[in-house]
Write a protein that binds this ligand. Structure first.
Ligand code: SR1
Ligand code: MG
Length: 396
């Protein structure tokens, strides 16, 4: 695939990032600004600019015309920077306290200038270090309900919903998800990445016809169900947190898709922790899984009752049907995320950082078992307790 990069596109350096920062933010003109590239994701550069005298900071994020995780052989659209900034702005209308402020964007340079959040830490890092974030499940439950309800047909006039669905068409980034989450891990492909000790489990997945059929159905849902403006990559590495705050970042995979996808991705990333932790520490995560769903379902139902524009909103059983489908879908999508992060191309540190090989392999086998069970049993799931039950049954 080739990609047309605007001739005006230039990758930032620390010097040019500082020069740019001065044009969009009111730093003291005499300030000796410093700049650090702090991006640790798979796709972009992230520059943090600081005035060391005042502690005043901002972030300049620049999309590269290729995927950083692979290199220049994997070209990637720069349009994702605009999508990301616009998802932040749109979601910010409904959850201003849960997303960073966007100060400025430059489409040709694929740049977003935004609020610095370095007083917080990436939730995944904290969780791996055994920390708990008391607001995380409450905040993400509300984030999911508010962003997804207000951008769906339940909360919007159909003209506006379809206008937004067209604005947030994001085929290149969706293709990454279609391949990396819904396709590649389920076939014997060179791009998959796993330890030799998981060979038997990987082969079992590739030859499991029942599992493949269910994954195909989930992929179809991802491809075709334009329900709401999703974050599109809501894992714990896309969330900054502290004891008192939560901020969701990085929605460059945003597009109109099935509501259960964002819910399922977040739950899956808590499930990694429920697999790697033990005892009381594990119990906190189990409670977070339950609370995320309960807060989401309660908040979504409240929005439905008070603000829904859907003519059938008072039809007995319709809200319950919609929420039931979100839960079923979320379980299936969570299952795909668990499997792809274990044997697919892009892993998670929750599993890969387990130093002891035996423990790491045990955790990864449990992740695969849990993922398979969530996908295959999702139609029987009627409550979040059923998901928690599946997690218990998959424990090795
Ligand atoms: C090539 S991108 C690999 C993964 O990183 C992103 O955060 C998404 O999760 C994607 O699947
Ligand atoms: Mg990301």
């Amino acid at each position: 695939m080739t990609l047309t990069v605007p001739t005006t596109y230039k990758a930032l350096t620390e010097e040019t990032a500082i020069a740019l920062a001065k044009t969009v933010h009111t730093f003291d003109p005499a300030a000796q600004l410093t700049c650090r590239e702090i991006g640790d994701g798979n796709l972009n550069y992230v520059f943090q600019i600081e005035d060391p005298n005042t502690g005043n900071r901002l972030i300049i994020k620049q999309a590269l015309p290729y995927a950083k995780i692979i290199g220049e052989s994997w070209p990637l659209t720069l349009k994702r920077a605009t999508i990301e900034a616009n998802v932040l702005r749109k979601h910010g209308e409904f959850v201003p306290s849960l997303v960073p402020v966007v100060y400025a964007t430059d489409e040709e340079l694929a740049i977003t200038v935004m609020e610095d959040l370095s007083h917080l830490e990436i939730a995944r890092e904290g969780l791996i270090n055994g920390k708990n974030f008391p607001r995380l499940s409450q905040d993400i439950g509300e984030y999911l309900a508010l962003t997804l309800f207000h951008t769906s047909d339940y909360g919007l006039h159909p003209f506006e919903k379809k206008r937004l669905a067209a604005e947030f068409s994001n085929p290149e980034l969706c293709k990454i998800t279609e391949d990396l989450i819904f396709t590649d891990p389920f076939f014997d492909l060179d791009t998959n990445d796993y330890e030799p000790q998981l060979q038997t489990e990987a082969e079992a997945i590739w030859s499991d016809r029942k599992l493949q059929l269910e994954v195909a159905k989930l992929k179809k849902s991802f491809l075709t169900e334009s329900e709401a403006l999703l974050h599109g990559d809501l894992h714990t590495g896309s969330i900054f947190a502290s004891q008192t705050e939560t901020k969701v970042i990085d929605p460059e995979f945003g597009f109109y898709g099935p509501i259960g996808f964002d819910v399922g991705l977040f739950l899956a990333n808590l499930i990694f922790q429920s697999i790697t932790r033990e005892g009381e520490n594990r119990q906190v995560i189990v409670e977070d899984i339950g609370k995320t769903w309960n807060v989401f379902a309660y908040s979504f139902a409240e929005l439905w009752k008070k603000q829904s524009v859907e003519s059938f909103k008072e039809t007995d059983g319709y809200l319950e049907y919609v929420l039931g489908k979100v839960l079923t879908d979320a379980a299936g999508f969570a299952g795909c995320e668990l499997i792809r992060r274990t044997i697919g191309l892009a892993h998670v540190k929750d599993l890969d950082s387990i130093e002891d090989t035996e423990n790491r392999i045990i955790s990864k086998k449990q992740t695969l078992k849990t993922g398979r069970a969530l996908i295959l049993q999702r139609q029987e799931i009627a409550s979040i307790e059923d998901i928690l039950q599946i997690l218990e049954e998959a424990r090795i």
